[in-house]
Design a protein around this ligand. Structure first.
Ligand code: APR
Length: 324
């Protein structure tokens, strides 16, 4: 049923606009709040003409909401939210890593999550703002400090890594990519991303080690292809919006009682990294179980051992930022 309230924070951006449009089309969304520091009245008025049940509002930090209604800014956007999706921040330029975004985006995410803690402490938060490996721990620390942290309700969105892996495997195997479902574990940046191709039925018979290595690296650095092709105009927006939509839609379906398993970057005891992406079961209140990721091949184990120190460092960087 179209009963859920969803907010997009950063809704006027390259990711935020197409993400808001896809959510306007969702059969589960009854109310969609578009919040940004600029542009959301226009985005909301525009989307409001699409004939689906979701009611739209566009809010700014101060005056100028659409439809017009006082100056309550982020409070109106967040109050009563079931899910808050956060793509606010600055995107990457060529030569920048996701980690280079840290200083700007860390502060933006910290501030927005403080508002979530205040106005919708029970909402599920889906963090897209990079570097996700650090912004998710920042969000957790903010929520902990406010006494409202629930690990089931905080996720970093790694769905684009799964989308890319599925696309590339579909190409390699000559299959419809919608029939491929690669488990991608670890984090959401460079070598912290580990697609487990060995678990894809038929993959190991069809693909040699050299090709597997190329597909692994392409999945890890797929975002760089987009950054390069956009030549200074930013990073992935349309594919990220699609991935953010798929993730959110799955969360909403689970809230409505469907059994859902999808990969997400969550608090985890699977490894000695305190946050780790792996397949998770979702239910009405978010993550109900963090599932394991099965046996790793020697090849995958090599990447896994290389990844963990990096991932732990990026997580700690977020924790330290939040507490200083
Ligand atoms: N509150 C709300 N929105 C904000 C804030 C804030 N404090 N600060 C910035 N924004 C908004 C910007 O106004 C802009 O509309 O976030 C939006 C970001 O959009 P873009 O600059 O187009 O960036 P985009 O490509 O969408 O990427 C955003 O997602 O994947 C990550 O690495 C990417 O961290 C980057 C983020």
């Amino acid at each position: 049923a179209a009963s859920k309230k969803v907010a997009v924070l950063g809704a006027a951006g390259g990711i935020g606009q197409p993400l808001s449009m896809l959510l306007k089309l969702s059969p589960h969304v009854g109310e969609l709040s578009c919040y940004d520091i600029v542009g959301t009245p226009g985005v909301a008025a525009d989307l409001s003409h699409i004939p689906t049940p979701a009611k739209i509002s566009g809010d700014l930090p101060a005056a100028g909401s659409w439809p017009p209604k006082g100056n309550d800014g982020i409070a109106r956007a967040l109050t009563g939210c079931d899910v808050v999706v956060i793509p606010a921040g600055v995107p990457r330029k060529p030569g920048m890593t996701r980690d280079d975004l840290f200083n700007t985006n860390a502060g933006i995410v910290k501030g927005l999550v403080e508002s979530c803690a205040e106005h919708c402490p029970g909402a599920i938060l889906a963090i897209i703002s990079n570097p996700v490996n650090s912004t998710v721990p920042i969000a957790a620390e903010v929520l902990k400090a406010r006494g409202v942290y629930d690990p089931k309700k905080l996720c970093g969105v790694t769905t684009l890594d799964v989308c890319r892996a599925n696309t590339f495997v579909g190409e390699a195997l000559g299959k419809d990519p919608r029939e491929v479902d690669v488990t991608v574990i670890g984090g959401h940046a460079g070598i912290t991303i580990l697609p487990l191709f060995s678990q894809v039925p038929g993959f190991m018979d069809a693909v040699d080690e050299k090709k597997m290595d190329a597909l692994t690296v392409r999945t890890q650095f797929g975002g760089d292809e987009v950054v390069k092709a956009k030549a200074g105009a930013g990073s992935a927006t349309l594919s990220m919006a699609y991935a953010g939509y798929v993730f959110t839609e799955n969360v909403l379906r689970a809230m409505d009682g469907e059994e859902i398993t999808q990969c997400a970057f969550v608090e985890s005891t699977l490894t000695d990294a305190p946050y780790f992406a792996s397949p998770c079961k979702f239910g009405p209140d978010g993550v109900t179980e963090v599932l394991g990721y099965g046996e790793l091949t020697a090849y995958e184990k090599g990447w896994f051992d290389k990844m963990l120190p990096d991932l732990k460092k990026q997580i700690q960087k977020g924790i330290d930022f939040a507490n200083n």
